[in-house]
Structure formats: structure tokens, C-alpha cells
Design a protein around this ligand. Structure first.
Ligand SMILES: Nc1ncnc2c1ncn2[C@@H]1O[C@H](COP(=O)(O)OP(=O)(O)O)[C@@H](O)[C@H]1O
Ligand SMILES: [Mg+2]
Length: 312
């Protein structure tokens, strides 16, 4: 089969995507496919039109690849592709939209308020920050609505620290979230073909883990996570409900928090195009389920072909 591995691009997560892409390419070659690595740029549509792959493997992260843009173009081109369709990608990529969609489905997420840049500039939203702080409480987390890998994310201990954190988050997106800080355990639940894989518990060193996360040996995680039976079952079912509510297909990674005091579970975010590097959680979870990387890649390609766009 001829497979185009889409990777790179102009997003801030370009380097991680290249790592995912490289690993996927090697795997597809081992599986005997005709592999074409495509670093997406201005010639993307033209080169894919010429290449006419049987399937596109989306190994992109960040804007374009994760927000539904590339998926929309693949629909137009009539090329089957791995993972979720444009609408679900868009919902997952925008944390405000994701939280609202989850709330509508009765799925808990940490309490939050979203504020746009224009609310600050045109409507004096800065004057509402005191009320926001009272409602959510400190510490709280400020983050851009659309971004990944903890970029632009900061923990705020008091009202005085909020403006600087907001300015930082607004440099990534024109909408930001002020979210309740949950003192909890970080669980990553991977969903593959409608089923959950063993849960990964992540021990983030601090709240700015970008550099640590993609370097082997620095990030710590445990898989399968050490959870009591009730929490395990609740986490699995919550992850599947979140996956469904956002309309994901194929695979995704659902990140949950378990409150250390109450044991309550909330959905932090859903990653519609999870990383596939050597330190990424989804492949680690698959491995724990006895699904090696090549089997995982083959499975994702198979799922993509089942969901082939009709336009082909
Ligand atoms: N409200 C929160 N409470 C506690 N920890 C949080 C909260 N928001 C984010 N974090 C921590 O920061 C990490 C990254 O945040 P996340 O919302 O997943 O953004 P990103 O899209 O950048 O991964 C999380 O995995 C978690 O460890
Ligand atoms: Mg995250």
C-alpha cells in the first residue's frame, strides 16, 4: 500500500511531529508498505494530489494537523486518513469548545472561565478578574484555548500574578482559559478502536514540562497506573464517554485528573492526534496491552481505510 506520512509543518510542535513521523515511517517500511514522508508546506495539496496515496497517516501535532485543517483538505482530496474527522479535531483542539461539548454531555471538567483578547481590549474584562478569581479560587491555571504541549500554560497563585500569565497565554491564542487547579493525579487514557488501553499515570516534574516531556528519561510515568478497581473502571468509562461526546474516531488520548482529596474524576483534555514518539503515552499504553508499535500503526491504517471518505 502507498502511505503518505504527514509530518512537520509550521506548528510549534513541529519537532515532536517529525519524531512521530520518523517512527511511523520506519514502522510502515517494516510492514512492507511504500512509504512517502511528507513535510507539509505550501505544496501540500499539489504533492498529495500527485502522489495519490492509498492512505495518509497524520503524524502532525499542533495547528493545521490537529485542528482539522489538514483533515478537511484530505476529505476534499478523497484520501483516507488516520484518526478523527475535521469537526472532532476542531472540538478537541479548542479547549473552550471541548469543555463546553463535554459539559453538554454531562461530563465533568475542571471549573473554568474563558476570556477573549477582545473582551480585555473592548469590554474591560480586566475588571472582572477579581470575580473570576473568587469564583475559581487560587491557585488557578491560565492557558491558551488552542495550543498543546503545555505551551503558554502557567499556574497562578494569587490575583497579582494573573495579568502576566494572561499576557503570556494570549501570545499563543486570542482566547484563554482560567481554570481551577486540581491537585490530582494525571491519568492518560488511550482509546484505540473503541476500547481503552492500559492507563498511564504521568508524574509531571513541574507545570512547565515542555522540555522534559519529549526527552527520554526525564518524564516519569507508570503504566498500568496503580488504581483501585472502582477508579479504574470510572476512568475507563469516562474516557470512552469523552471520546464519543467529542465525536472522535480511530484513536485519541483522553487526559483525566483524579482529585487527591475527593477522588473525583474530571476530563482535562482530549488529544485527537496523540504523539507517537518513543516517550508518548499512547504507544506506551498499546505496548502494555501487548500491541507493539508496528501492530499499532497497522491497526491505525486499517481503521483509516474503514472510515474512508466517500469522495474518493
Ligand atoms: N486545571 C489544572 N489542574 C491541574 N493541573 C493542570 C490543570 N491544567 C493543566 N494541568 C497540568 O498541565 C498539563 C498540561 O495541560 P493541558 O491542559 O493538558 O494542556 P496541553 O494541551 O498544553 O497539554 C496537564 O497534563 C496537567 O499536568
Ligand atoms: Mg495535555
Amino acid at each position: 500500500m502507498r502511505v503518505a506520512v504527514l509530518q512537520g509543518g509550521r506548528s510549534l510542535e513541529r519537532q515532536v511531529s517529525l519524531q512521530s513521523g520518523q517512527r511511523v515511517e520506519e514502522s510502515l517500511r517494516r510492514l512492507g508498505h511504500e512509504v512517502h514522508g511528507v513535510d507539509i508546506d505550501h505544496a501540500f495539496v499539489r504533492s498529495l494530489g500527485e502522489l495519490r496515496p492509498d492512505v495518509a497517516f497524520v503524524a502532525l501535532h499542533g495547528e493545521d494537523g490537529e485542528d482539522g485543517t489538514v483533515q478537511e483538505l484530505l476529505e476534499v482530496l478523497g484520501i483516507p486518513y488516520t484518526g478523527s474527522a475535521p469537526a472532532a479535531c476542531e472540538r478537541c483542539w479548542d479547549k473552550v469548545v471541548a469543555k463546553r461539548t463535554l459539559a453538554d454531555a454531562g461530563i465533568a471538567t475542571p471549573d473554568a472561565v474563558s476570556v477573549s483578547e477582545s473582551a480585555f481590549k473592548q469590554l474591560g474584562a480586566a475588571d472582572a478578574l477579581g470575580l473570576v478569581g473568587e469564583r475559581i479560587g487560587f491557585p488557578l491555571v491560565v492557558k491558551p484555548s488552542r495550543q498543546g504541549s503545555a505551551l503558554g500554560l502557567r499556574m497562578v497563585q494569587s490575583a497579582g500574578e494573573a495579568p502576566a500569565a494572561l499576557v503570556a497565554a494570549l501570545s499563543y491564542d486570542d482566547r484563554v482559559l482560567l481554570e481551577r487547579f486540581v491537585d490530582g493525579r494525571d491519568l492518560s487514557v488511550s482509546v484505540l478502536g473503541g476500547e481503552t488501553l492500559p492507563i498511564v499515570e504521568v508524574q509531571p516534574g513541574d507545570l512547565d514540562p515542555y522540555s522534559a516531556r519529549y526527552t527520554i528519561g526525564q518524564s516519569t510515568f507508570t503504566c498500568p497506573a496503580d488504581l483501585d478497581a472502582a477508579t479504574l473502571a470510572a476512568a475507563e468509562s469516562l474516557a470512552l464517554r469523552a471520546f464519543e461526546a467529542l465525536g472522535c474516531r480511530g484513536f485519541a488520548r483522553v487526559d483525566l485528573l483524579v482529585d487527591r482529596t475527593t477522588g473525583d474524576l474530571t476530563v482535562l483534555e482530549v488529544d485527537a492526534v496523540p504523539g507517537l514518539t518513543h516517550t508518548s503515552y499512547l504507544p506506551v499504553a498499546a505496548e502494555a496491552a501487548g500491541i507493539g508499535f508496528d501492530a499499532l500503526v497497522e491497526r491505525l491504517v486499517g481503521l483509516a481505510l474503514q472510515q474512508a471518505p466517500t469522495a474518493a
